[in-house]
Design a binder for this molecule. Structure first.
Ligand SMILES: [Zn+2]
Length: 69
């Protein structure tokens, strides 16, 4: 399962190990009972997230239905 979250406190990205500061968005996955947190850049790199063009700028959209296998 994949969830998009807002960092309520500083969180470490499990991909690039950079700190995700409040109130940035990040992604949680829990594959194989292992919870992983990814910053937006890593989420995009892994194909978990993409940007949709909107009238007032870019809106980040996570893809919870993405096929992981
Ligand atoms: Zn990262």
């Amino acid at each position: 399962m994949i969830r998009g979250c807002i960092a309520v406190e500083d969180t470490i990205c499990d991909g690039c190990h950079q700190t995700i500061h409040y109130p940035k968005r990040y992604l949680i996955t829990d594959e194989d009972d292992k919870v992983m947190r990814f910053c937006v850049e890593c989420a995009k790199e892994k194909g978990y997230a993409h940007y949709l063009e909107e009238k007032d700028g870019k809106a980040l959209t996570f893809l919870p239905e993405v096929e992981l296998m």
